[in-house]
Design a protein around this ligand. Structure first.
Ligand SMILES: Nc1ncnc2c1ncn2[C@@H]1O[C@H](COP(=O)(O)OP(=O)(O)OP(=O)(O)O)[C@@H](O)[C@H]1O
Ligand SMILES: [Mg+2]
Length: 247
């Protein structure tokens, strides 16, 4: 019976992954189309504002009425802002195929932690095995995964807590875990956290974990969540990546 249940859970998980992958790919395509269609008119607005400014400066119109210069500047600023939003839209849902090279997870974690902004009330601990096996990975993409996991942990602990990051070699894998002492995930939500657009946050996009899952999948790894049993509350997110086979 337990075996059947295990197989069913495994199949459900595989189906969830395929559905999430397809949804993310569809969103990526939609974003790319939208970005293309919006960038052209934005480019035309930007050029026109530039030419207007140039002409009006040479005619002395701008000097005579300083408000005109100000309005043109507002147009330029808002076009730049819209272009930034389009770039965010494109990068948030798109996962490019990884460039796999022999990678040391401890270095990727170190680099990531140098740039990550935590909060004063979240204590950070790190335990990384000294004999960690290298993995075939795209370091930049793994940094994106770690950033999403650390941000989620931070957001789950608005009143403070502890984030523990561990990395160790287990059998033929490297296991990286982000453990927090935050609010935890309800049984009802646990099945949905990797679904694209699933969020419980007012300002969340719900893409963070979906992107993590896609990246990890492209590295032939797995990502999963469980309750933090070592604390009264909190979550563990585990990323498992296949260790490089030594000749
Ligand atoms: N460490 C965690 N503790 C508690 N809940 C979590 C944790 N990580 C993820 N979740 C839950 O999973 C949901 C989905 O997470 P995900 O990172 O995909 O999106 P988000 O954080 O809501 O938004 P985004 O990452 O796009 O800003 C979250 O809204 C939250 O409910
Ligand atoms: Mg998130």
């Amino acid at each position: 019976m337990a075996l059947v249940e295990g197989r069913l859970a495994e199949r459900n998980r595989a189906q969830q992954q395929i559905a999430a992958s397809e949804k993310l790919a569809a969103m990526g395509q939609l974003s790319a189309g939208l970005a293309h269609d919006l960038r052209n008119p934005l480019g035309a607005i930007k050029n026109s504002a530039y030419l207007l400014k140039k002409k009006m400066t040479s005619n002395g119109v701008i000097d005579a009425n300083s408000n005109i210069g100000k309005y043109l500047e507002i147009i330029e600023q808002q076009v730049a802002k819209s272009n930034g939003t389009i770039t965010d839209l494109l990068t948030s849902s798109r996962v490019m195929p990884p460039t796999l090279t022999s990678t040391d997870i401890d270095l990727v974690l170190k680099e990531f932690l140098e740039s990550w902004v935590g909060t004063d009330n979240v204590e950070l601990s790190q335990y990384v095995d000294s004999d960690l096996s290298p993995v075939m990975a795209d370091g930049d993409q793994l940094q994106r995964v770690f950033l999403n996991l650390a941000n989620n942990a931070r957001e789950a602990m608005p009143n403070g807590g502890r984030l523990t990051i561990t990395a160790k070699s287990v059998n033929k894998n490297v296991e990286i875990e982000f453990t927090d002492t935050g609010e935890g995930i309800s049984d009802e939500n646990i099945e949905r956290i990797f679904d694209p657009l699933f969020t419980t946050k007012t300002k969340g996009t719900g893409l963070g974990l979906a992107v993590c899952q896609e990246i990890v999948k492209q590295h032939r790894g797995t990502i999963s969540s469980r309750r933090n049993e070592e604390s009264t509350c909190g979550t563990v997110i585990q990323v498992k990546l296949p260790a490089m086979q030594m000749p």
